[in-house]
Design a protein around this ligand. Structure first.
Ligand SMILES: NC(=O)c1ccc[n+]([C@@H]2O[C@H](COP(=O)([O-])OP(=O)(O)OC[C@H]3O[C@@H](n4cnc5c(N)ncnc54)[C@H](O)[C@@H]3O)[C@@H](O)[C@H]2O)c1
Length: 360
């Protein structure tokens, strides 16, 4: 299998390294408009082929697949070119810059019978999959709310705001662990430096079953923070992705409401302070697992776990967040909710029990 990585800036080299390390790729081709990036890739990995113009790749019969790791607004035109020329495609997050362009790529991949996958790295992370099974097992009880905090100083992006840059990780994680889709989104943000490119924002996802999820995204924070808190009716869970070990902690803490009371004076909450434990998590690089999954899907013609619809769900939420931000935080419904819910393949209780790869 030969694969081309388009865009070798900050993230592309991680994809190149992981594809090489799978030992399942005959040739990795690095493509970037910037010759300096290509020289750097050749210096790091002498076996790679390099070229500047992606058009030279389109008609190559020996090329099987392309990975798009360029700025977000170029994802759609580049992925479209490769799919139209019969290549399988893996696209970076966020999938595309709009609902319509994302849907167009899905339809094109279906028509050409090609694998279309989106890099939602966290769906392949051991900690996130552990959390999903903890929720599925009912350990936390009923989910009351989820709170995500993803902040650091920079990196400011010239073409997308902080929600499109950072929130895709949290959104794909929330959908993956709950197996559910929000019906509407509120978002408030502020652009302090670039006109209309918000550098700090809070997005709220409202779910039909009453669950609420808050996502705080910031390029303007003195500390690097990657933390998700899930509060359930039985237990609470904190996932700190920066922690080298013990990334997940489960707190046997909660609030108990008295079963009955006659007068307000008798009404009293009681607080439960129990044990805290940290479950064991497998140790592997999520991107490696994801690259291997893409190769398997191409070789066996399977629909990936993070397929085009998975990308579309995230894009739909991001678009609603942008609209809400322009309307001072008003709740905006998710576009295409019916289609996206149908493609979610859950088992009726809100959890994705059957969400494994399937034939395309
Ligand atoms: N999955 C993750 O955790 C993760 C992390 C970081 C970035 N990303 C995503 O990766 C993508 C790239 O981000 P980045 O930070 O590496 O950006 P970057 O600006 O550092 O790199 C982009 C590269 O693409 C090249 N490029 C642009 N147009 C091209 C074209 N037509 N042909 C060939 N090369 C072209 C540029 O020269 C540049 O080297 C974005 O979509 C971003 O959201 C994903």
């Amino acid at each position: 299998m030969k694969i081309a990585v388009i865009g070798c800036g900050y993230w592309g080299p991680n994809l190149v390294r992981n594809f090489i390390q799978t030992n399942k790729i005959e040739q990795v081709i690095c493509c970037d408009l910037d010759q300096k990036r290509l020289d750097r890739m050749k210096g790091l990995y002498p076996s790679v082929e390099t070229l500047k113009d992606l058009r030279e790749l389109l008609d190559r019969p020996d090329l099987d697949a392309a990975v798009v790791a360029t700025p977000v607004k170029t994802h759609h035109p580049i992925a479209k070119e490769f799919l139209s020329h019969g290549k399988h495609v893996l696209v970076e997050k966020p999938f595309t810059h709009s609902y319509d362009t994302a849907l167009e790529l899905i339809k094109l991949a279906e028509e050409k019978e090609k694998v279309l996958m989106v890099d939602h790295t966290f769906e392949y992370t051991a900690a996130v999959n552990k959390i999903r099974s903890i929720i599925e097992n009912g350990e936390l009880g009923k989910i009351l709310y989820i709170s995500c905090l993803r902040a650091n100083l920079g990196l400011f992006q010239p073409d997308i705001n902080v929600v499109w840059d950072l929130a895709p990780h949290d959104i794909s994680t929330i959908l993956h662990i709950t197996g559910d889709l929000p019906t509407s989104v509120n978002c408030q943000g502020k652009a302090h430096f670039h006109h209309e490119i918000e550098d700090v924002a809070t997005t709220t996802l409202n779910f039909k079953n009453g669950v609420i999820a808050f996502i705080h995204s910031s390029w303007l924070d003195p500390n690097k923070i990657r933390q998700t808190t899930i509060v359930g009716s039985r237990r609470m869970l904190v996932y700190n992705d920066i922690e080298p070990q013990e990334k997940i902690k489960i707190y046997d803490k909660g609030v108990e409401v008295p079963p009955y009371y006659d007068t307000f004076a008798e009404f009293q909450f009681s607080y439960r302070y129990g044990d805290i434990y940290s479950p064991r998590i497998e140790d592997y690089e999520p991107l490696k697992k994801e690259c291997e999954h893409f190769i398997t899907c191409v070789q066996k013609r399977l629909c990936p776990l993070s397929d085009g619809y998975s990308g579309l769900r995230v894009v739909s939420i991001l678009e609603a967040a942008n609209k809400s931000m322009r309307q001072k935080g008003r709740a905006v419904p998710i576009q295409g909710l019916k289609l996206l819910s149908q493609k979610f393949r859950n088992n009726g209780n809100g959890l994705m029990m059957n969400n494994g790869p399937r034939s395309i």
